[in-house]
Design a protein around this ligand. Structure first.
Ligand code: PEP
Length: 264
């Protein structure tokens, strides 16, 4: 089955509002030259403080740039209350988001985000009408001790626990080997494809064949314009979650353009 690829840019804790707007405009200007059907799905994840500013740059000209989606990099699962410093699904939706990234390894590592929290967030995001981008991945130590597949399968089972097949089908997963994030070391494309196919099998086990066929599973970890073509030529890789190379319009647009050469 053919799944529309997604190229998502995770800007992490970078860019002030004016810089975020300028970068978004650079991506929008590129996307304007194409129709929606020619482009992959494009998702941009600015910081919370730039969400509204970036969303206000979205246009309505009828070209592919209209469809650039905005993602938050995190959210809380509760709808409101005494949770100082947190932001709810309704709030990020109000700021213009369509997606929320959850379970990024930086949040698991530095902010103690657990599989249980990620599951609560996924449910709350879906209940709020947004789409979770659920990140998973192994450390170098886990890879070297041969537990990559079991570790990732358990992350995915926990994240999707209690979510209906219909909701799983519209969700997005990003396989991001932690040793490849921000290190310049990309996972071999065949190996990334193997792990992603394994993730798809786990999805089939928990949510059925139709959800497994529909769910988009991205690769993330030092994706660059020079790596994306090979990655996108693989059967199970449905796109990329891009960190460093999403911080200039030049490299991010080149990743989109190279994606369009092989799939879309
Ligand atoms: C990420 O943060 O999700 C990521 C994959 O970063 P980078 O592309 O810089 O490795």
């Amino acid at each position: 089955m053919s799944r529309k690829p997604i190229i998502a840019g995770n800007w992490k804790m970078n860019l002030l509002q004016s810089e975020a707007k300028a970068l978004f405009d650079g991506i929008k200007d590129f996307a304007k030259g194409f129709s929606e059907s020619q482009l992959p799905g494009i998702v941009i994840a600015p910081t919370f403080t730039s969400l509204s500013a970036v969303a206000s740059e979205k246009c309505n000209c009828g070209a592919g740039c209209d469809k650039i989606a905005i993602a938050a990099q995190n959210c809380h699962w509760k709808s409101s209350g005494a949770y100082t410093g947190e932001v709810s699904v309704e709030m990020v939706k109000d700021a213009g988001c369509d997606y929320v990234i959850i379970g990024h390894s930086e949040r698991r590592q530095y902010f103690s985000e657990t599989d249980e929290m990620i599951n609560l967030k996924a449910k709350s995001i879906l209940a709020g009408g947004l789409i979770p981008i659920i990140c998973c991945g192994e450390t170098l130590e886990q890879r070297e001790s041969g537990i990559t597949d079991s570790h990732i399968a358990s992350q995915i089972k926990a994240a999707l626990d209690g979510i209906s097949s219909e909701d799983v089908a519209k969700s997005v997963i990003a396989y991001e080997p932690i040793w490849a994030i921000g290190t310049g070391k990309t996972c071999d494309a065949n190996e990334a494809n193997r792990v992603i196919a394994m993730i798809r099998n786990v999805v089939k086990e928990v949510a059925g064949v139709s959800a497994a066929d529909s769910i988009r599973i991205l690769y993330g970890g030092s994706v660059k314009p020079s790596t994306i073509e090979e990655q996108m030529s693989k059967s199970d890789i449905d796109g990329a979650l891009v960190g460093g190379a999403s911080l200039t319009a030049e490299s991010f647009n080149e990743i989109i353009a190279n994606t369009m050469k092989v799939s879309v």
